[in-house]
Design a protein around this ligand. Structure first.
Ligand code: ADE
Ligand code: ZN
Length: 350
């Protein structure tokens, strides 16, 4: 079933009261576990009788102050441990899809971290049973199409990643590719060359986090060593002019997450965010939400924040939305259908 794109819906998207109209967009950089809102974490902890070490929601909320990527990951993995049953994973995914759809997301390629769950005794089958139900019904229930990208945790043994690849194959209808996330510095992409080669042989798409906290050289080795088709973050690429020239020439998609970059202090203030410089340099950038429950907003909240801080034009926001579909792993005909919808919503001829 094709998602609806009627005039009513466009009106609803425009009516969010923030002055920046939401455009149909593909969400390409969101971690499912990063959509776990504190309220749901507390509810699931109670449902599963796995108490959190916080006295209540207020105390938990005080933990959402980060100094860098690792300080965030510590809380992210701690709260992820409330997820135990297929129902938990399905509830989390449905809650995310509902929020995303309300912000203009029409297609989502969602990162999932199975090793964060298998390493504490929750089998892959449990994770995928819950996600399978939610992802397969997303279009019917929420009006967006959804696929999963399984990330290898780069701070764990690469042999674990290599062993994971064949286990993903029964879920090929839901899993569209593999990615690389978690603590970046000191864990260069080349450690995962074998895992990525196995994924490529299995016909999976490949993306990788690189150049978030790590150096521009990691972006190059993600491209050359892993065959990454998209780079997640990549903001530190700007430190290397020859890399920027290559990214522009090859039109390598970069999935940029402004609220995350400020929350994790990769960028001091939103006004300093490199997104506009990336657009001006002719890079194929799009805007995404990373871990929206932790960083203060979902996809359109990111677009709004960066628009306000950097003075993005309507034309630049249209480019970001178009780039999101161009960079997606949707079939070409689906990309074209969504691009027409962006043009219609942006008020220009298709
Ligand atoms: N896992 C969840 N969010 C992440 C991020 N921003 N960088 C690396 N790994 C992550
Ligand atoms: Zn990320």
């Amino acid at each position: 079933m094709a998602p609806p794109y009627g005039p009513d819906e466009r009106g609803a998207l425009d009516g969010q009261g923030d002055g920046v109209p939401a455009l149909p967009t593909a969400e390409l950089h969101v971690h499912l576990e990063g959509t776990l809102e504190p309220e749901l974490a507390v509810a699931l902890a109670a449902r599963n009788r796995t108490p959190l070490r916080y006295a209540g929601l207020d105390e938990l909320r005080q933990a959402y102050a980060f100094s860098d990527l690792q300080s965030f990951l510590d809380l992210y993995y701690e709260l992820s441990a409330v997820l135990r049953t297929p129902e938990d994973f399905a509830d989390l995914a449905h809650a995310y899809f509902a929020r995303a759809a309300a912000q203009g997301v029409r297609h989502a390629e969602v990162f999932v971290d199975p090793q964060a769950h298998t390493s504490r005794g929750v089998p892959l089958e449990v994770v995928m049973a819950g996600l399978g139900e939610a992802f397969r019904t997303a279009e019917q229930r929420h009006g967006l199409t959804a696929r999963a990208i399984v990330c290898f945790l780069r701070d764990r043994d690469p042999a674990e990643a290599e062993a994971l690849v064949p286990q993903l194959l029964p879920y090929r209808d839901v899993i569209v590719g593999v990615g690389l996330d978690s603590a970046e510095v000191g864990r260069p992409p080349e450690l995962f060359e074998r895992a990525y080669a196995l994924a490529a042989d299995a016909g999976l798409h490949r993306v990788a986090h690189a150049g978030e906290e790590g150096p521009p050289a990691y972006v190059e080795s993600a491209l050359d060593g892993l065959g990454a088709e998209r780079i997640d973050h990549g903001i530190r690429s700007l430190e290397d002019a020859s890399l920027v020239a290559r990214l522009r020439e090859e039109q390598v998609p970069l999935t940029v997450c402004p609220l995350s970059n400020v929350a994790l202090r990769c960028v001091d203030r939103m006004a300093d965010h490199p997104l506009r410089r990336m657009l001006d340099a002719g890079l194929l950038v799009s805007v995404h939400s990373d871990d929206p429950a932790y960083f203060g907003g979902y996809l359109h909240d990111n677009v709004t924040a960066v628009t306000r801080a950097l003075g993005l034009t309507a034309g630049q926001r249209r480019t970001l939305a178009e780039n999101s579909f161009r960079a997606s792993f949707l079939p070409e005909a689906e990309k074209q259908r969504h691009l027409k919808a962006v043009a219609a919503a942006a008020g220009a001829p298709a």
